[in-house]
Design a protein around this ligand. Structure first.
Ligand SMILES: [Zn+2]
Length: 235
């Protein structure tokens, strides 16, 4: 039980019968829909942060510049790769004055959950941290993402309530190592700004992109959708 779980997680586990371990986050009692095996329907789904989280994410962290906030998020991505706990992406959400609300790293493979991108994990953790679905309920906030958001996370940026987005590596950096960013509109920056979300790009881009390269060179899994059917964009 090296993972960090909230009391709500633990209560849900007790009710649902889910068991957690330190490597996969969720150890399901049945393997769902693999082959012709028995299928059970889980009562809940939960994303667990890696067990090194407490060492990397201090309480009461305040970082006031985009560069410092990005450096922190890149550090999470680097550690996620080094510890073999997920993909090479990190994200963090800060209040306007620089206080960290929540952060996330990619946990797709570890959580058996396609949506567990770093940004989505950060949104989920932020909602738990503030007790509200709308992050704007605590005022103006910034999402810092080590790579420009994919199509899914781009949509979630709009729903999350954050008022600024700061990006490191570009889409093309992710695609160049094999990750699918999905069908994003080419004018996504102006689309966000049109609805009042300020966007800053290329913040420590080279360092953020280097994490992607390092992940692939170290044998990391490219976990795009449909890869199991041989239909992923990089197949
Ligand atoms: Zn994403």
């Amino acid at each position: 039980m090296g993972e960090r779980f909230s009391l709500i997680d633990i209560a849900i586990m007790a009710v649902s019968g889910l068991r957690f371990n330190s490597t996969n986050g969720v150890e399901q009692q049945e393997i769902h829909m693999r082959g012709s095996g028995k299928m059970t329907h889980p009562l809940t789904a939960s994303i667990a942060l890696p067990d090194w989280w407490g060492e990397a994410v201090p309480d009461d962290l305040i970082l006031t510049t985009s560069e410092a906030q990005m450096e922190f998020a890149i550090g999470l991505a680097e550690r996620n790769v080094a510890a073999d706990t997920g993909g090479p992406f990190g994200a963090a959400i800060f209040r306007e004055e620089g206080t960290l609300i929540a952060a996330g790293v990619n946990r797709v493979v570890a959580s058996s959950m396609a949506i567990a991108h770093a940004e989505m994990v950060a949104f989920a953790m932020a909602g738990c941290a503030i007790g509200h679905h709308d992050i704007a309920s605590v005022g103006r906030t910034t999402l810092v993402a080590t790579t420009e958001p994919c199509a899914m996370c781009l949509g979630a940026v709009g729903w999350s309530g954050v008022t600024s987005l700061v990006c490191g590596a570009r889409d093309e950096d992710a695609r160049s190592v094999g990750f699918d960013e999905g069908p994003k509109p080419s004018h996504w920056v102006s689309d966000l700004e049109a609805v009042g979300i300020r966007v800053e790009t290329d913040v420590l881009r080279d360092r953020a992109a280097q994490v992607l390269v390092h992940y692939v060179e170290s044998g990391g899994i490219i976990y795009n959708g449909r890869a199991a059917l041989g239909e992923s964009p990089d197949a």
